[in-house]
Design a protein around this ligand. Structure first.
Ligand code: ATP
Ligand code: MG
Length: 446
């Protein structure tokens, strides 16, 4: 009887959900191999000061993961048990950021270290009032313990805390083991975690493509079934995530992975069209390859240019439609541009400062076809000439226009005054229109 009772107490106790907070395993230097010299001096200094003031402070998230994978971290984010106000008081050169959940930016010359107070569970005491019917977390703004902070992070590899003073890695969810196995695994029940925040599905795809980690089977399996949840995410957040995805230096793998997981529908109309087809030397593939090359060579990339390429075939389609209905080419193009960017903004809000440049790049395109009189000179002076030309080059390389048009502009841009004058097409004759594909863009994309 007593035995039964004890069994009931010990075995019958409700098993905690896999992502309920629990203690960390602590690994010394020889177990994880992170070299302290790779930590930015600014992050080191911030941690030392927080320790001196009696607080816990760790490097956390992407930086620890990247160091374990022998990659150079983009930035060093810190987590601490000090409140934002306490952190702000310690560092003269710091700013409190954010209204809802305040974080602190500590500035050291050109470097900014983001310091976040440990965050707690999203469940409030009176139940799940901060969760929408779909399971999506609406507010996420409570301070918590370090264990709770670890439990609300997305992947086991992202829930590692490194203390460069003791050189210990604190691991709450077997992240070290997963990283060693080349595995990206969500913390807790995948369906619940994706419902809480559907952007985690995009992050899963992006991080596994970027880091060469395999998605754990249970982390991967529900994604195609839950893809529609992304419809409810505010478009500005989707935009931020897509930007990271396309500017990661692994845009092609990421785009392929989005397609493989059924996540591309509705995000960008162009991805729907292009990714449904075998990825060949289509316009978008060329553009993504170009972007990857630039990112990996540490050259600047323009998000406006990238989105201009991703949406171009939509614009072409609408432009052609309006012209077929008898509208003149330029007004047709303007209308097409507006239509495409309006439809797009319902799903993914391209920031205004990018969408303005995107439209400028598009609207320059017909001007490259005018090669007589003063017009080519005026186009050369346009501040967007270079971006417009690079865009034209992609159009030519993908077979949309004849290559000699891009070649003409390349020569014209480099020629002296005399050579330029000789290159102009005669004023009396209309500029010869380069060959335009008759096929619809959807088939041209193969
Ligand atoms: P990257 O190298 O691209 O910056 P990252 O993992 O550092 O990747 P961030 O957006 O900088 O991505 O996020 C920092 C950390 O915050 C992550 O490592 C993770 O622990 C946590 N995090 C970010 N987004 C989420 C999310 N949607 N849900 C749960 N935790 C998240
Ligand atoms: Mg990061």
């Amino acid at each position: 009887m007593i035995k039964k009772f004890l069994q009931h107490v010990f075995r019958g106790k409700k098993k905690p959900a896999p992502h309920t907070p629990h203690e960390a395993e602590r690994f010394p230097r020889r177990a994880h191999g992170i070299d302290r010299k790779l930590i930015s001096p600014a992050a080191m200094k911030t941690i030392q000061e927080l320790h001196k003031a009696g607080f816990a402070a760790f490097i956390v998230g992407g930086a620890v993961r990247d160091l374990l994978l022998k990659r150079t971290p983009k930035d060093f984010d810190l987590a601490t048990n000090a409140t934002p106000e306490q952190v702000h008081r310690i560092f003269r050169r710091s700013r409190l950021i954010g209204r809802r959940f305040r974080i602190v930016h500590v500035m050291f010359g050109a470097e900014t270290i983001e310091v976040t107070t440990f965050r707690g569970s999203h469940l409030s005491d009176d139940g799940d009032s901060q969760i929408a019917d779909s399971g999506r977390i609406l507010r996420d703004n409570v301070f918590g313990s370090q264990e709770e902070d670890a439990a609300r992070r997305d992947f086991t590899a992202n829930a590692l805390y490194y203390d460069p003073q003791s050189e210990e890695v604190w691991d709450y969810h077997h992240g070290l083991q997963d990283i060693k196995a080349g595995m990206l695994r969500i913390i807790g029940d995948p369906v619940t975690r994706y419902r809480e925040d559907p952007v985690r599905m995009l992050r899963a795809v992006r991080l596994s493509a970027k880091l060469g980690l395999k998605l754990h089977a249970a982390t991967e399996a529900p994604i195609p079934h839950l893809a529609d949840l992304l419809d409810d995410v505010p478009p500005a957040r989707v935009f931020d995530e897509m930007l990271k995805l396309f500017l990661s230096g692994h845009a092609i793998e990421s785009a392929k992975a989005l397609r493989a997981h059924g996540l591309h529908h509705g995000l960008l109309p162009m991805l729907d069209v292009v990714l449904e087809q075998p990825l060949g030397t289509s316009f978008v593939t060329l553009a993504l390859a170009n972007t990857d090359e630039r990112v990996l060579a540490d050259k600047p990339v323009s998000p406006a240019f990238l989105f201009a390429t991703l949406l171009w075939h939509e614009v072409l389609l609408a432009w052609q439609k309006h012209q077929d209905q008898g509208e003149r080419p330029l007004p047709s193009l303007m209308r097409a541009m507006d239509e495409v960017s309006d439809t797009q903004s319902q799903k993914l809000a391209i920031t205004k400062r990018f969408s303005i440049v995107m439209k400028e790049i598009w609207s320059l395109q017909p001007r490259f076809e005018q090669r007589a009189g003063q017009r080519p000179y005026r186009l050369l002076e346009n501040p967007r000439f270079r971006a417009g030309y690079d865009f034209l080059l992609l159009r030519c390389q993908s077979g949309e226009l004849a290559m000699d048009l891009a070649e003409w502009w390349e020569r014209f841009a480099q020629a002296n005054a005399e050579e330029r004058a000789a290159m102009l097409l005669p004023n009396s004759e209309p500029a010869k229109r380069p060959r335009r594909r008759r096929k619809k863009p959807s088939t041209a994309a193969q």
